[in-house]
Design a protein around this ligand. Structure first.
Ligand SMILES: Cc1cc2nc3c(=O)[nH]c(=O)nc-3n(C[C@H](O)[C@H](O)[C@H](O)COP(=O)(O)OP(=O)(O)OC[C@H]3O[C@@H](n4cnc5c(N)ncnc54)[C@H](O)[C@@H]3O)c2cc1C
Length: 500
């Protein structure tokens, strides 16, 4: 036989060519004879928790990946079906010696990967897996007692202090892989949304590695990264990177993001072989705050890795005793529907939910506000909100979504959770002072004067007529009273505490 045998690279949450750990290893070990494969599993395309925006993003990213591969003399092989079966069949048909892939950590992915690994090994195909999705895997960062971290601040400290052990990362555009052409007749058709019977979502985030690199560049060149610490919470400002769906699907790596953040600092890469967050520049604050968010992503991944029960219920099991709902299921259904549609009568909540429904993305501050509102003002189970987000978000990620919802609900890793009850009006005044975000997403409030934009139901009736926004006709009155609901929430949390 001429040269090494081919190796299959199984793309999953790493839909890019640059800085791809398993792909680079496959290229190295096979001398470029790599079979790049994506398996379109029905779980990705159908079912309860599949979002149109994620299917759209996935298909766009696969097309971009295929184009990138074609310019390098290769192309993407696209298989349909159950991964264990699809990959064993492919390995046998092509005489591939091994299958390489980057590890994923959700309970569902781990079960699937176990099945695939066993099936391949049974037919004599070697399997090699790699760390790529994160800078630190769950089992790598443990407390001195050998336990998983359940509190963010010490986790972050450990994460930063151990960074120098990690291999230096490639900045975007470096180290593009080289392939050897393989003249094999294998399926390569990427389905279209229309072919899947799904209507496109024109305002949802666009997929693909080139788009991820463009966003990263824009984030840095616009100055948003440097100003991140001060601007990221303002809802009307384009102050965040918008990279979340890209980090979700791996069209960019966390190392590329980290390297870019560090490169804004005055003393990048203090020693050539490692990177470190040390810098004395004023820009440091922005980069540090952004790096913190990247660490939150890994924090929640390791929480789900070590505590898989959180995927299906409260991280803190004592909160299983917490009572949700009003006691009237029909009223709860009505309130939940109003929350989903953005018709609660709380402008900031409604703006956020409409941003989500139209664009499949929502600002982080807004996610915290609507999650607090659902759980602490409507007293509805956080799992309803978690599931709704998963059905819509382009960046819907089991770990971050679950972590974010449990943080807001107070059932998660935090120590004093029930004090966290956001007042929607105060949040609105603080993070959308001129009501710009509200007016953008809730057009019926466009002419409401600044004075009333955070609480339009307080407008005198004559003014409501004058600005064409009659409460109860053009825009709903608040569906609940925040002060009363807050008291009830506190009572329920205290009841759990008293019982435990
Ligand atoms: C209730 C709730 C649900 C959430 N669901 C998801 C989800 O399904 N998927 C998801 O990626 N993020 C989720 N987040 C976290 C956060 O809101 C988004 O990551 C962020 O808004 C994405 O925008 P960006 O890319 O511009 O972020 P940036 O501010 O530019 O941050 C950079 C990256 O850091 C990561 N990140 C930022 N904030 C967080 C955070 N709080 N937790 C974990 N990772 C973070 C993301 O990967 C993000 O792309 C959720 C937060 C809450 C409160």
């Amino acid at each position: 036989m001429l040269g090494p045998m081919p190796i299959v690279h199984w793309f999953r949450r790493d839909l890019r060519l640059a800085d791809n750990t398993a792909l680079n290893a496959a290229i190295r070990d096979s001398d470029g004879a790599v079979l790049p494969v994506f398996v379109l599993d029905d779980n990705l395309l159908k079912g309860q928790s599949v979002a149109v925006a994620r299917v759209q993003f996935l298909l766009e990213s696969l097309r971009a990946l295929d184009e990138g591969l074609r310019t390098r003399g290769s192309r993407l092989i696209v298989l349909r079906g159950e991964p264990a079966q699809a990959l064993t069949t492919l390995a046998r048909a092509t005489g591939a010696e091994a299958v390489y892939f980057n590890r994923d950590y959700t309970p569902l992915a781990r079960r699937r990967d176990q099945r695939v690994t066993e099936a391949l090994r049974e037919v004599g195909v070697r399997v090699a897996t790699f760390k790529d999705l994160v800078i630190f895997e769950g089992a790598e960062l443990l407390t001195t007692a050998g336990q998983a971290y359940t509190v963010f601040t010490p986790y972050k400290k450990a994460w930063l202090s151990r960074l120098s052990e990690q291999p230096r990362v490639a900045l975007p555009s470096a180290d593009q892989p080289v392939f050897r052409a393989l003249a094999l007749d294998l399926p390569s058709q990427i389905p279209t949304l229309a072919g899947l019977g799904v209507s496109a979502m024109p305002d949802a985030p666009r997929g693909g590695e080139p788009e991820a690199l463009r966003l990263l560049k824009r984030f840095k060149e616009s100055g948003a990264l440097q100003a991140y610490a001060n601007q990221r919470d303002y809802l009307a400002i384009e102050g965040t990177s918008r990279l979340s769906p890209h980090l979700r699907f791996g069209t960019i790596s966390p190392r590329q993001c980290y390297a870019e953040a560090i490169s804004t600092l005055s003393r990048p890469f203090p020693n050539k072989r490692s990177f470190s967050p040390v810098a004395s520049d004023a820009k440091k604050e922005g980069a540090d705050a952004w790096i913190s968010e990247l660490i939150w992503r890994e924090f929640y991944m390791q929480i789900l890795y070590h505590f898989p029960h959180a995927d299906r219920g409260n991280f803190r099991r004592e909160y299983d005793a917490l009572r949700w709902g009003s006691g009237n299921p029909a009223l709860d259904d009505e309130r939940f529907a109003a929350w989903c549609a953005g018709h609660t009568g709380y402008p900031i909540v409604d703006a956020a939910m409409r941003q989500l429904n139209q664009t499949a993305w929502m600002h982080n501050r807004a996610r915290m506000i609507v999650a607090s509102f659902l759980t602490k003002d409507l007293l509805l189970d956080w799992q309803l909100g978690e599931a709704y987000f998963m059905r819509v978000l382009a960046d819907g990620d089991p770990a971050s979504n679950n972590g974010g919802w449990q943080w807001a609900a107070g059932t998660g890793t935090d120590a004093q959770p029930y004090f966290r009850i956001f007042n929607p009006r105060l949040q609105s005044e603080r993070f959308d002072p001129q009501g710009e975000y509200i007016r953008r997403w809730v057009p019926e409030l466009a002419r409401v004067p600044d004075e009333y934009i955070h609480e339009p139901s307080k407008m005198p009736p004559l003014l409501q007529q004058q600005v064409g926004c009659v409460i109860g006709r053009d825009y709903p009155a608040p569906i609940v009273d925040h002060a009363a609901q807050k008291e009830e929430t506190l009572r329920r949390f205290q009841a759990v505490k008293a019982g435990s």
